[in-house]
Design a protein around this ligand. Structure first.
Ligand code: F6R
Ligand code: MN
Length: 195
């Protein structure tokens, strides 16, 4: 059925909402265990448990060949020297690729091949796209001082597999160094925070 009310969706990049569609909110405490510095993490969660990001989604069409899309907004912020980021995931249907489209702010995507572990860190900027191939874990990082706003378009059957990332995390980290974002290997950092 070509129902214009289903096919059209108005979104607001300032609020991260899509009219009539659901939004999920991730607070810092939802990201426990993923940042390098667990002491800085608990301090930052504090009483207020700030919102790190929101995702509004359009998921009314389901089945083979259908598409979903998410409007993500990551607030600016850091835990210690590490910039705010999304949980990160693989798609449950491993073959599913995704297009990210940058709308506002500036950030990076950390991509990691699920089998080889090969990494790539790619700019996510307004008026640009990042292609996330299948079998690739992806995390989005806000390296700016304004909200990072983007859209992701993916097959409706993609699904989200968060557990492998929660267990092993990404090999690359993005930290502030001398006032600018720097991409480092996790192994170069983790020893500093082991008690
Ligand atoms: C969907 C997708 C995005 C993310 C969003 C939040 O496949 O990649 O819409 O869901 O950037 O990130 P996660 O899902 O890792 O919390
Ligand atoms: Mn995805």
């Amino acid at each position: 059925m070509l129902n214009p009310e289903d096919l059209f969706a108005a979104f607001d990049p300032s609020t991260g909402t899509i009219d009539g569609r659901p939004t999920i909110t991730r607070h810092l405490s939802d990201l426990r265990g993923l940042f390098l510095d667990s002491t800085a993490f608990e301090t930052a969660v504090g009483d207020k448990d700030p919102v790190v990001y929101t995702v509004a989604s359009i998921d009314f069409a389901r089945g083979e060949g259908q598409l979903h899309c998410g409007l993500g907004v990551i607030n600016p912020g850091r835990v210690g020297s590490e910039y705010y980021f999304t949980k990160g995931h693989l798609h449950s249907w491993k073959e599913a690729a995704e297009f990210y489209i940058g709308l506002r702010g500036r950030g990076l995507m950390i991509l990691e091949d699920e089998k080889s572990g090969e990494s790539a860190v790619v700019d996510l900027l307004p008026n640009s796209t990042v292609y996330v191939p299948g079998h690739t874990a992806h995390r989005t990082v806000n390296t700016g001082d304004t909200p990072l706003v983007y859209i992701g378009v993916y097959p409706s059957q993609a699904g989200h597999d968060y557990s492998s990332i929660e267990n092993r995390n990404f090999r690359k980290v993005v930290v502030e160094k001398k006032g600018a974002p720097a991409v480092m290997d996790r192994t170069d950092f983790s020893h500093q925070y082991q008690s």
